[in-house]
Design a binder for this molecule. Structure first.
Ligand code: C5P
Length: 217
């Protein structure tokens, strides 16, 4: 049997996209299936952790043993992350929308042949950066970064800027989105661990092993 290497630890995971409402039937969002984040939550639970999974709107079953909090928007996700603290580890996998509509409409907007109303946007809070720079910062904060070029260099810069301990850099130049395989580099302060392309479940288990190593140090 596998030892429960994360027993007694609380792992917080964000996953999926956020939906920023325009009106009751329309929204702004990033592409994200939630598969990688859900796989990490599952792997952490398998390793014995108490897991809080803050999930944006996705069509995925809750992994066994995981406490799931469903949210729609970035502001709701930020609140749910805050409410889940304290945590020993945070793994922020969600593809949070960068912008939201300043005043979403209560009623469906009509295309009545007239002028199209412009959408006024404002920037969403950076949930990862807020957590990493906050008073209740988990001892280990892991972010994700989807990049199509210069993957490791951009990830290293993002690691420093956001205050994360590690950035898992996702090479999305191929067919990662919604797929079942992933190619990642775990970018740490003084080391980069590059994993070969593998199923998202294997990426999750490899990352959880690293997390358990780090917490054991
Ligand atoms: O800046 P970028 O979106 O590439 O950063 C990705 C990382 O930051 C991911 O870990 C993502 O979950 C997190 N993030 C966040 N809140 C945002 C934007 C990104 O937590 N508003």
């Amino acid at each position: 049997d596998e030892p429960l290497r994360l027993f007694g630890k609380h792992v917080l995971v964000t996953a999926g996209p956020t939906h920023e409402p325009i009106d009751p039937v329309r929204y702004i969002a990033n592409r994200s299936s939630g598969k990688q984040g859900f796989a990490i939550a599952a792997a952490a639970a398998e390793a014995g952790a108490r897991v809080t999974l803050v999930a944006g709107p996705v069509h995925l079953p809750t992994p066994p043993g995981v406490d799931r909090v469903d949210v729609e928007s970035a502001l709701e996700m930020a609140e749910a992350v805050d409410a889940a603290l304290p945590a020993d580890v945070a793994v922020m996998v969600a593809a949070v929308a960068d912008w939201r509509v300043v005043r979403s409409a209560d009623q469906k907007l009509k295309k009545d042949g007239g002028a199209i109303a412009p959408l006024e946007l404002t920037e969403n809070p950076d949930i990862l950066a807020g957590l990493a720079h906050g008073l209740r910062r988990p001892p280990l904060v892991v972010g994700f970064a989807a990049e199509t070029q210069d993957v490791i260099r951009y990830a290293q810069a993002k690691r420093v800027r956001k205050g994360a301990d590690w950035i898992v850099a996702n090479d999305v130049s191929g067919d990662v989105m919604g797929g079942d395989a992933n190619t990642v580099h775990i970018v740490m302060a003084d080391e980069v661990v590059s994993l070969p392309e593998m199923p998202k479940g294997d990426v999750a288990r490899a990352l959880v092993e690293r997390i358990a190593d780090a917490l054991a140090e």
